[in-house]
Design a binder for this molecule. Structure first.
Ligand SMILES: C[S@@+](CC[C@H](N)C(=O)[O-])C[C@H]1O[C@@H](n2cnc3c(N)ncnc32)[C@H](O)[C@@H]1O
Length: 254
């Protein structure tokens, strides 16, 4: 376990290079996202983690991952069915996307969104090797996942939400992309559990998650508490949420 802890942390430290501000200035230079505010350092009292760099992508497909995280159990409890349109948000090299593609079948589709084109190239390479044809790579920006409006049945966010430099913009866009009964599933390492061998910056507590999602128009609809390391929380659109309130919500960075 100790060896594992060290290798996990080295991988995260190596992988977590500062790319967000570089992406932000590129977007501004291109003029494609002029209204995007600067990346937040804190949100609702939580320090935002740096983006995991694509050079650390091998860690995402490590052999121990199933034993550590019981991904098979997580997938089995997602409620994904054939024919669905699902999104793997922050898909990296597609560890979850490829599995989701099999779960939705030929009649369904998986949108693999990431902000690093290199991650999407790795996803495409792995999809081609596995002969998976229903995964569509989508290059998002730090504030816009570029998802179709009202079309997505489920958005899976594994180990990514805590990296969002623009949580409010991302949540707003994700909310708009959902079908009326669509859900966002947040899977985050448990901050409450010191036994989970992941750096604190890359973990989230349920309390913190509940400080962030409901104020952005999401309602907790279900939880699955049997994963060894992670929270798994399902959020649907809160019908009472008035879109105007989001503008006045505190986004001061604390
Ligand atoms: C720690 S990795 C997790 C990858 C994958 N979800 C998994 O569990 O194997 C986080 C990924 O989220 C991506 N990411 C960070 N911010 C993002 C954003 N605003 N929109 C889309 N992807 C983002 C990063 O580029 C990185 O590939």
């Amino acid at each position: 376990m100790r060896h594992h802890q060290i290798s996990c942390q080295i991988a995260l430290v190596l992988g977590c290079l500062v790319i967000t501000s570089a992406v932000w200035s590129q977007e501004r230079q291109r003029g494609s996202d002029r209204k995007v505010p600067p990346p937040l350092k804190f949100y609702q009292g939580r320090k935002i983690a740096q983006t995991m760099h694509y050079s650390g992508a091998e860690w995402l497909i490590r052999n121990e991952r199933e034993r550590e995280e019981r991904c098979t159990l997580m997938w089995a409890n997602l409620g994904v069915k054939p024919g669905m349109t699902v999104c793997d948000m922050g898909c990296g090299n597609g560890f979850h996307a490829l599995r989701l593609a099999r779960m939705v079948g030929k009649s369904g589709a998986v949108l693999g969104v990431d902000i690093q084109p290199e991650m999407l190239k790795l996803l495409q390479k792995r999809a081609a090797k596995a002969r998976v044809r229903n995964v569509q790579p989508v290059l998002g920006t730090i504030s816009d996942p570029k998802l179709p409006v009202g079309k997505v049945d489920l958005i899976l966010c594994v180990d990514v939400y805590h990296e969002f430099s623009h949580p409010e913009q991302m949540l707003s866009a994700m909310r708009k992309s959902l079908t009326p009964r669509g859900v966002v599933v947040l899977v985050e390492y448990r901050a409450e559990d010191p036994q989970v061998p992941i750096k604190p910056l890359h973990k989230m507590s349920k309390k913190q998650i509940m400080k962030e999602l409901p104020r952005n128009g999401f309602k907790l609809v279900k939880q699955f508490d049997k994963l060894p390391w992670q929270h798994m929380m399902f959020f649907g659109r809160d019908p009472d949420f008035d879109a105007d309130k989001s503008d006045s919500a505190d986004s001061s960075g604390d």
